[in-house]
Structures are given as C-alpha cells and as structure tokens.
Design a protein around this ligand. Structure first.
Ligand code: FMN
Length: 183
C-alpha cells in the first residue's frame, strides 16, 4: 500500500548481551500486525560497524521513528547520541515515539532528555509511549513479554498518535519542503 507510514525503529544500545534486541523484537512484532505501516530498523551497532554512509537515505525514507532505548545513569546511551548526530536535515519535519526500559524508571529520564534533542532536530515527539520497569523481569524464556496487556495498550495509543502526526507531516512536507523553514 503506497499510503503506508514508514516507521524506522531506532535501537538505543550497542552493549554485548543487550536487552534492546528483546524489547526491539517485541516492538517489531507489534508493528508486524499493522497493515498501515512499513518498517525498517536503524541499529547503532550496525551503523558503527559499517559506517554512517547509508544512514541519511534511511532517514529520508522514514515518516516516523520509534526509539527503543534503555536508560544509562539517568540518561540515554552514547551510541544513540552518535547515531542522532550523524545526520541533521534528514530528521527534519518527522515525528518520534518512544519505547523505553530500565530499572525503576523504565527509562523515562532517557526519554525526557531525548525530547530535547529531537526538538533541535526538528522532530516532533508524541506523548504516548511504553516504559518497561525492571526490564529483565518482563520477558519469559522464549523472549515473550509477560503480562503484555498494559504494554500493548500503551503501544497502541503511541502508534495512533505517531501515525496521525506522520500523515499530517508527510502532507505538510509535500506542500512545502521543511528545509525552507529550518534555520
Ligand atoms: C551503565 C549502565 C547504567 C544504568 N543506569 C540505569 C539508570 O540510571 N536507570 C535505570 O532505570 N536503569 C539503569 N541501568 C539498567 C539498564 O537500563 C538495563 O540494564 C538495560 O537492560 C540496559 O539496556 P541494554 O541491555 O539494551 O543495553 C543501567 C545499566 C547500565 C549498563
């Protein structure tokens, strides 16, 4: 479907043994059930290994971003900042939502910091999101989320907001390229 919103899922961690793969896998499974979105993954681990040359094109194709991030020392990972800083105009005029995870905070301090960074990148952020508290207790041995209902509901709300903004912004970018507004 040509009208599909293209969502780039941005991973936050490059740590060996990272739980980002589990949380990201859950996010991809939620998106897989939706016929109104197409999906790609931006993984800072791959970008670091292969260089950032392809990143700008991958960002240009995206209408929206879902950032899957842990919290490290009350902030977000350095590898995620490196990826965010590797492009500029290609982020502009898009929208982002968050799926965060961590210990007691569920990563919400990382998310609040990322909202400031995205403002500078001309990316709107949606209010709805998923925050997984004590993430290491949240998945069973098969990698499935235990007690998934609340997280699924929160993800659905976030995605509804994200796709609304993504459609509106795509229409806006077609009327007038966003670059003309950015300074
Ligand atoms: C260096 C480091 C710092 C951390 N700091 C926090 C923190 O400030 N708040 C929190 O809720 N969890 C914190 N955690 C727990 C992580 O969010 C949790 O281990 C998560 O699984 C890390 O993501 P990853 O496995 O995908 O790398 C920290 C973990 C690490 C490795």
């Amino acid at each position: 479907m040509q009208d599909r919103i293209h969502v780039a899922v941005v991973y936050g961690s490059v740590r060996d043994g990272r739980l980002c793969d589990r949380v990201g896998g859950w996010v991809l499974a939620q998106l897989d059930a939706r016929s109104d979105v197409s999906v790609s993954v931006l993984d800072p681990r791959e970008q670091r290994a292969n260089g950032y040359a392809a990143l700008k094109g991958q960002l240009e194709r995206a209408d929206a971003f879902i950032v899957v991030t842990p919290e490290y020392n009350h902030g977000y990972p350095a590898a995620l900042k490196e990826l965010l800083d590797a492009a500029y105009t290609e982020w502009h005029g898009k929208v982002a939502g968050f799926v965060s995870y961590g210990a007691h905070s569920g990563g919400i301090r990382a998310v609040e910091q990322l909202r400031q960074v995205f403002a500078e990148l001309h990316v709107a952020t949606v209010r709805g999101g998923v925050a997984l508290v004590d993430v290491w207790d949240r998945f069973d041995a098969h990698g499935a989320l235990t007690e998934p209902e609340a997280a699924q509901r929160a993800f659905g709300t976030m995605l509804t907001q994200l796709t609304w903004w993504a459609r509106a912004l795509r229409a806006g970018r077609r009327i007038a390229p966003y670059a003309e507004l950015a300074s």
